[in-house]
Design a protein around this ligand. Structure first.
Ligand code: HEM
Length: 270
């Protein structure tokens, strides 16, 4: 039986590939409180996943633009898995009580996940466009430029609707030619197109598979948002957030905005 190689002249190939020294050096808690490292690692892991999901959603848009609905669906199935990991990661904060959170919360200053540019990229790609959400990044010109580009570019949902239109489903011109930076307005005609996809097509058809993959992504994304809200309520009740918002109440309001809205409303009409 062969045993693993143990002789390396320098850093192991694993360390070189993973960048372990840089990675672990990034864990810099601001207190000695035993709960803070898990809070920071969970945030860092989620941030990495936001970046991964952003890259994948951009790939899905390219596939749709190439009329490759099956290719986009395969990407979205991966995204669904990543969102599942993101949601499961909340578990690490499940034992954090308000007094234990208070022990290091002050040291976060004004830092809040609300200021995550990567999360905002994901939201813009999913179709939740909002110019005010770009404003926290005006002090970081490169990040701000990229985020504005994402705001102004068609979202994944815009790309899906363009593909539906090219596939012969009537989609209103006003929907297809809207300024992609504006908040999306749901349309009864788009809803009717989804009703047709579900009632006239079925498993194995590329548009039906795409619709279900999008629904999975939307559902998992809502799950992440819901678990976040529960973590907030559990660790800080209805206090004001470090980012300055009214906290749980503000989050409940943002959660009210479904991604891919007609894919949900169409279900009532089937
Ligand atoms: C105990 C844990 C946490 C608490 C109490 C908490 C609290 C909050 C609050 C109150 C907000 C609203 C903005 C504000 O006023 O700050 C917020 C937003 C946000 N948080 Fe957290 N958070 C927690 C963990 C996390 C983690 C681990 C992440 C992962 C990166 C995260 C990502 C976000 C994001 C992306 C937003 C913006 C949501 C939106 O715009 O709809 N949070 N958080």
């Amino acid at each position: 039986m062969r045993t693993p190689t143990v002789d390396f002249a320098h850093r192991t190939p694993y360390d070189e590939y993973v960048g372990t020294d840089v990675l672990h050096a990034l864990l810099r808690p601001r207190t000695d409180e035993p709960e803070e490292p898990a809070f920071l690692v969970t945030t860092q892991v989620m941030e990495l996943y936001f970046g991964l999901i952003r890259t994948e959603l951009e790939l899905a848009v390219r596939r749709l633009d190439e009329d490759d609905a099956a290719g986009a669906t395969a990407v979205l199935r991966r995204v669904t898995r990543y969102l599942g990991v993101l949601t499961a990661a909340w578990s690490a904060l499940g034992t954090l009580t308000p007094p234990r959170f208070n022990a290091f919360r002050e040291k976060l200053g004004e830092a809040s996940g609300f200021q995550s540019a990567m999360y905002r990229h994901v939201e813009f790609l999913l179709g939740n466009k909002s110019e005010p959400m770009t404003r926290p990044h005006r002090g970081s010109p490169e990040t701000y430029r990229e985020l504005l580009a994402a705001l102004r570019a068609p979202s994944l949902y815009d790309a899906v609707l363009a593909l539906l239109s090219r596939s012969g489903h009537p989609i209103p011109a006003a929907t297809l030619t809207r300024d992609p930076a504006d908040p999306y307005e749901p349309s009864p005609v788009v809803e009717a197109a989804w009703v047709r996809v579900y009632t006239e097509l079925g498993p194995g058809d590329t548009l039906w598979e795409l619709a279900e993959a999008l629904t999975d992504v939307a559902e998992r994304f809502s799950e992440w948002r819901h678990r976040h809200l529960m973590a907030v309520r559990r660790t800080m009740g209805a206090k004001i957030g470090t980012g300055g918002s009214s906290g749980a109440g503000w989050l409940e309001r943002t959660m009210g905005r479904d991604v891919f809205p007609e894919l949900w409303s169409a279900r009532t009409a089937m």
